[in-house]
Each structure stands twice: as structure tokens, then as C-alpha cells.
Design a protein around this ligand. Structure first.
Ligand code: F6P
Length: 543
């Protein structure tokens, strides 16, 4: 048995679960008129309501004990102060320094990292200004109209999520596009909309050696050169974001046009760094810095608030409760804001790459469940797709609902309809509709049709949390993203895993490199298992 699953705190939660589960939420609300007041927290313009969770007065205190026993407070300090907490890659984890808006120094290897962070922000601002004022010219002397970010994973999802979320703040006359997939359709169909004379490519890759990104970057370069008079066009149309300056210069990018960041920024935590350049270009540097400010506020809250009042800690502990004691396998994120289309996708990487681990930091195989499957899409769309299973299926799926109280737009009716759904879905999930209630609503012979009645019963008691915030501003978005990041961190600490490496993505990449040369000819392949051989040989026949 692992230390965690053998701990007094863990066992106390198990015993509590055994004694109290299932917790009938309807009853819990009836028996405590102050439940909402007790189980909700506010931070700036954000209200976090976690009262519709399957917890009673004893549950959270036991979970807080677990968090304390995992040394969360010490480990939180270790992260913020640049200790090597990513032990397998021997790296610090300092994305919080990128959004440090205070004046305190942050040290890594006895060196204050803040001056270099500020220097990059200054460089980003100057670059954005040049582009916005039309002073950055393409090979034919024209100003930039389209930014294309070529990257994948953390070098794509963050900027794509944020630029989509904040389109209402976009500057005029500048579009942004994202190419990630090595499937040529992604590149070809994006380039088909663009004019090479006015397109600026950002090659976004921490290591500048990711196969998909480099393949797309080379094809984009060939596309440009098929129009441009000579190779001097490359430095006018390509800039890079990378920790590997040499790789980027070898590609042909001018050293002056390489925006650096550092090894202590994980790919999936990099949107706060120069990796956010497409955000800054699209929204303006002031809005990018407002995003940083929102995240900084969340960092302060996470760092300074007692665990009981700490939103990311509560989010994390509720997740632990469902994941480890109630057997939930997944967690769904449901923003009632179309602009947050990629929010769940973003945290699919953020959470699953961070906490999808089966060994603890001492290298032992864990005997408890770790990171959940993260999924979701905006409401109300999801209501007409997968909510059926959430309401009447057999799975336990804890949900996060998120919505802005104010829209950026002002058509009549839309926002109230949206919000009425944001409010009704958690209520329906919790409340359900029992046999008698269904029967009451029926008339005539339907009232006697037990099959019909059974099919209309909603068992209810499905847990959810809700974030209601004033408006989706850059600052609020920054706060929300950082809350989720710190939730992931907190869970990783409790599970005693390294949330900052991603060894699990390597094996498939290595095997693809073995298979790639085998595809170059039509020879029959027999060096793999029969399934892989069969698929390779079928591909050779069908292509
Ligand atoms: O998929 C693995 C991964 O390393 C992610 O963690 C990262 O965000 C992505 O690849 C892209 O890496 P890079 O920015 O180095 O191209």
C-alpha cells in the first residue's frame, strides 16, 4: 500500500464516504438554508458556487486535512520560489514568474529571473507596435494583415484558446490563424485564405524540433518562397518563439526576431510567456498584460489564502473526492460562452498531460487513481449532444459550469436564454425528477404507462460547481486559467506525482520515427506485430 492510501487522512475520508454515501443533495439543501452561503466563495468579479456537490459538513474538513498532510503549503512555496520540483527533467516550474506583476524578485539558480522576463515583454510590446502601426513590412513592402501561429500542444492550444475567448477585444485589421496538425489539409486550407505578401508566420516551438511544427514550418516557408522573389523574404515573414535559438536560426529566422523563453516554463504553461505573442498581436499588448494581471491575482489568492478559502484548493479537493472516493473517471468543463470553445480542449492538455501519471515522485507505481479524463464543450451546444448521458446515464460525471453575467454583445433575448440554461442544467442535474413527479405531469393513459414513466425519471443527485463572473475580460480569463492550473498542481501534490513532465507522449513519437522510413517504398513489412504489419501493408496498397 502506498503512503498516501495508507495515511490516516485518506482512511478517514474512506470511512466518511462509507458512512455517508450517497448524500441526497435535495435533502442537504432542505436541511440547511445557508448551504449556498457556506459553500461558495467570491474572488474579484468571480463567484464560485460549489454547494451542489455531494458533500456534507464533514467532507471538506477531511479533505483539507488530506491537503495539509500532503505538505501542499510547502510545495506551493517550492514552486513559486523556483525550486526544482520537476524532478525527472530537473527543472524549476516558474510560469508564475511570467505573470508576476509585483516588484518582488524571483530567483532561479541564484539569479533573479524578473529582468529577463520584463525584457521579453518589452520586446513583445515593441514588436506588436511595429506590426500594428504597419511598420513591419513583408517582402513587397506591405503591412501585415494575417498572423499564422504554427505550433502544437502547448505552443498552439493556449494562444488559440485565448484569442478565441477574447475576440471581442481583437484589434481591427489583423486576423490570427493556427496551424497545428501535420495533416497537410490544416496547412493547405489555412494558406488558401492568405496573401503571402501580408502574412506573418510565428513558428512556436519550445524545443524547435517538434516533427509536426517543423514540417508545417518548412511547407509554409516553401509556400512563401513560391511567391517571393528571393530568400530574403524569410526573415520578413517568419519569426520564432523558442528556448532553442540555434534551431530557429538554422531554419533561417533572424536572431533579432526570435522571442525567447526558458526551460523553467512548461509547454502547457507557456501562454504567459512570449508564446503568447499571437495573443498580444491579436488583442494588443495591454490586453495581454491584463491577462497576466488576472493570473497574478489568482496566484496571490492561491499562495496567500487559507486552504478553506482557496478556490483552486477547493476545486482540487472536490476532484479528489470524486476521483478517489466516489470512482468518477472524468470531469466535464461546460462554459456557457461560445468564445470559450477551446477552454476544455486547453485543459485537456493542461490536466491530462500534467496528471496522467502512474508513478509517484519516488518512482513507485501508484495504487490510487490519478488525473481524470477532461472533456467538454460550450453550452448550450453540449445540451443537444451529450447531456442525455449526464442526466440519465450510469456514469458519475462531476461538472464545472462557467458563464459571464454580461455578454460583449447586445442582441435582445440571447443572453438571458443562455443564462437560463446555465442555471437550469445544474439544478436539473442535482434535483432530478422522481417517479411521482413524472407521473404528476402526465395525463390520460400515459399516467399508467410505467415504462414511459421510468424512462422519464431523472435520478438527480449529480454534482456540479458553477463559476459566474461579471464579464469575460482578459483579466477575468487570466484568473480563471490560473485557478485551473493551480487546481491541477494541488491534485498533483496530493497524488504525489510530478505534474510537470510528459514522458507518456514519447513512445508513440519514437515508434513513428521507425515506421516513417518503412513507408518510403512498397515493400511488405513484417517487423512489427501482425496488426501493425497488416495496417502498414494495407496502407501501402490503398495509398
Ligand atoms: O506533446 C508533447 C509536447 O512536448 C507538449 O508538452 C508540448 O506542448 C508540445 O509537445 C509542443 O512542444 P514544442 O513547443 O517543443 O514544439
Amino acid at each position: 500500500m502506498s503512503t498516501l492510501s495508507n495515511s490516516i487522512e485518506w482512511k478517514a475520508i474512506q470511512a466518511h464516504h462509507k458512512k455517508t454515501h450517497p448524500q441526497p443533495l435535495r435533502k442537504l439543501f432542505l436541511s440547511d438554508p445557508k448551504r449556498f452561503d457556506k459553500l461558495s466563495l467570491s474572488f474579484n468579479d468571480i463567484l464560485y458556487d460549489f454547494s451542489k456537490n455531494l458533500i456534507d459538513n464533514d467532507t471538506l474538513p477531511l479533505l483539507f486535512n488530506l491537503a495539509k498532510s500532503s505538505n501542499l503549503e510547502t510545495k506551493r512555496k517550492a514552486m513559486f520560489s523556483g525550486e526544482i520540483i520537476n524532478t525527472t527533467e530537473r527543472r524549476a516550474v516558474l510560469h508564475t514568474a511570467l505573470r508576476n506583476r509585483g516588484d518582488q524578485a524571483i530567483y532561479f539558480n541564484q539569479k533573479n529571473v524578473m529582468p529577463q522576463i520584463k525584457a521579453v515583454l518589452t520586446k513583445m510590446r515593441a514588436f506588436c507596435q511595429k506590426v500594428h502601426l504597419g511598420q513591419w513590412k513583408g517582402y513587397s513592402g506591405k503591412a501585415v494583415t494575417d498572423i499564422v501561429n504554427i505550433g502544437i500542444g502547448g505552443s498552439d492550444l493556449g494562444p488559440k484558446m485565448v484569442t478565441t475567448a477574447l475576440t471581442a477585444y481583437a484589434r481591427p485589421n489583423l486576423k490570427v490563424h493556427f496551424i497545428s496538425n501535420v495533416d497537410q489539409a490544416h496547412l493547405i486550407e489555412t494558406l488558401a485564405q492568405l496573401n503571402p505578401e501580408t502574412t506573418l508566420f510565428i513558428i512556436a516551438s519550445k524545443g524547435f524540433n517538434t516533427q509536426e511544427t517543423i514540417t508545417n514550418a518548412n511547407s509554409a516557408k516553401n509556400w512563401l518562397l513560391s511567391y517571393a522573389p528571393d530568400k530574403s523574404a524569410i526573415s520578413k515573414h517568419f519569426i520564432a518563439i523558442s528556448t532553442h535559438t540555434e534551431n530557429a536560426t538554422a531554419f533561417g529566422i533572424d536572431k533579432a526576431n526570435i522571442f525567447e523563453f526558458w526551460d523553467w516554463v512548461g509547454g502547457r504553461y507557456s501562454l504567459w510567456s512570449s508564446m503568447g505573442l499571437s495573443i498580444a498581436l491579436y488583442l494588443g499588448m495591454d490586453n495581454f498584460e491584463a491577462l497576466l494581471e488576472g493570473a497574478f491575482d489568482a496566484d496571490q489568492h492561491f499562495f496567500n489564502s487559507p486552504l478553506e478559502k482557496n478556490i483552486p484548493v477547493v476545486m482540487a479537493l472536490l476532484g479528489i473526492w470524486y476521483n478517489n472516493f466516489l470512482g468518477a473517471q472524468s470531469h466535464v468543463i461546460l462554459p456557457y460562452a461560445q468564445s470559450l470553445t477551446f477552454f476544455a480542449d486547453y485543459f485537456q492538455q493542461g490536466d491530462m498531460e500534467s496528471n496522467g501519471k502512474n508513478t509517484d515522485i519516488e518512482g513507485n507505481r501508484v495504487d490510487y487513481s490519478t488525473g481524470p479524463i477532461i472533456w467538454g464543450q460550450p453550452g448550450t451546444n453540449g445540451q443537444h449532444a451529450f447531456y442525455q448521458l449526464m442526466h440519465q446515464g450510469t456514469k458519475l460525471i462531476p461538472c464545472d459550469f462557467l458563464a459571464p453575467a454580461q455578454s460583449h454583445y447586445d442582441l435582445p433575448n440571447h443572453h438571458d436564454i443562455l443564462i437560463s440554461n446555465f442555471l437550469s442544467q445544474p439544478e436539473a442535474l442535482m434535483h432530478g425528477k422522481n417517479f411521482e413527479e413524472v407521473k404528476l405531469d402526465l395525463t390520460g393513459k400515459d399516467k399508467l404507462d410505467e415504462n414511459l414513466i421510468a424512462s422519464k425519471v431523472f435520478l438527480g443527485n449529480k454534482p456540479s460547481s458553477s463559476f459566474l463572473f461579471k464579464k469575460l475580460t482578459p483579466k477575468t480569463l487570466g484568473t480563471l486559467i490560473a485557478f485551473y492550473e493551480h487546481k491541477i498542481f494541488t491534485q498533483g501534490v496530493i497524488w504525489n506525482i510530478n505534474s510537470f513532465d510528459q514522458m507518456g507522449v514519447e513512445l508513440g513519437k519514437v515508434l513513428a520515427k521507425v515506421i516513417l522510413p518503412e513507408l518510403k517504398n512498397d515493400k511488405i513489412i513484417d517487423s512489427h506485430d501482425s496488426s501493425t504489419n497488416g495496417l502498414i501493408n494495407a496502407y501501402k496498397q490503398l495509398r
